[in-house]
Design a protein around this ligand. Structure first.
Ligand code: PAF
Length: 283
């Protein structure tokens, strides 16, 4: 596995891959890698791409300095997982390579209106501007490619797809299924911050989703069931909603069909997200 940090070398590497007639499979990450990331590497590998992963803890997407400071940094472990997962080239850009003006903002910000303002965008002001701005830069440096994102961050995936469509990046976005631990908890870099007891409470997220997935009911009844399940487990609920999977607009009670259930909440001060398919029946 090749490791690069300079933007110039990273750009040249991606160009050489394309000159050889291969496809660059880009997997953007913030490190603290886990099995969810490895599944993205494997998906890219299985499709025959040359796998390029980036590790960059992007300060611009954290609305809380404490959250940024507490974000796990496990570079040696990440390198080992990337190598084992079949990454061909690992990019570790320095902060000033990505954001030379930091902590001041660069004058250009990529902002995805509507989609980026709901749910995580409403709870964490500026979060999706930070995500969209850094992903746009990763895409601009890497060039034409396929880019892999996990469905665990369902809203992020929708925001990235919208941005690619609107700016016309030559990037095919591939969404990959959520990877869950043996107890059902979706893999997340933040899980490492939960105590054993906190982890038990956190299981309410996947439980709430499993409960609504088994029923046909109205959007508001599905919302109410998820909210009660989370509150009963002591989760400080940020939202529990049923939405259109493309627009993320909350479903009305007269709608019927396949939708997405989104849940988020704080457990021991750690923000956790999860989502899953749900069917609603209009009333
Ligand atoms: O999902 C993440 O790890 C980050 O939001 C991303 C896409 C790498 C952008 O910093």
């Amino acid at each position: 596995m090749l490791t690069l940090s300079e933007v110039k070398e990273w750009r040249s590497y991606a160009n050489e891959v394309r000159e050889k007639g291969r496809i660059v499979g880009l997997v953007p990450t913030m490190g603290a890698l886990h099995e969810g990331h490895v599944a993205l590497f494997r998906e890219a590998k299985d499709r025959g791409d040359v796998v390029v992963a980036t590790i960059f803890v992007n300060p611009r997407q954290f609305d809380d300095v404490g959250d940024l400071e507490r974000y796990p940094r496990t570079l040696e472990h990440d390198r080992a997982l990337a190598r084992g997962g079949g990454v061909d080239c690992l990019i570790e850009p320095a902060l000033d390579a990505m954001w030379p003006d930091y902590p001041a903002l660069t004058p250009t910000t990529v902002s995805v209106g509507g989609l980026g303002e709901r749910f995580e965008g409403a709870g964490r002001p500026g979060h999706f501007d930070g995500v969209a701005s850094v992903v746009a830069k990763l895409f601009a440096i890497t060039g034409p490619s396929r880019a892999y994102f996990g469905e665990k961050d369902f809203q992020q995936l929708a925001v990235v797809r919208q941005m690619v469509h609107d700016i016309a990046f030559d990037v095919e976005v591939v969404g990959c299924a959520i990877v869950r631990d043996h107890d059902g908890l979706a893999f997340s870099s933040r899980n490492a911050r939960l105590s054993t007891n906190g982890r038990r409470h956190a299981l309410a997220l996947s439980k709430a989703l499993a409960l609504v997935a088994q029923r046909d009911d109205s959007a508001s009844a599905q919302r109410a069931l998820m909210t009660t399940t989370l509150l009963d487990a002591g989760v400080d609920v940020a939202y529990a909603d049923v939405v259109n999977p493309e627009t993320l607009v909350p479903s009305r009670d007269d709608e019927t069909g396949e939708r997405r259930a989104l849940v988020a909440g704080l457990v021991e001060g750690v923000r956790l997200l999860d989502n899953g398919p749900v069917r609603i029946v209009g009333k």
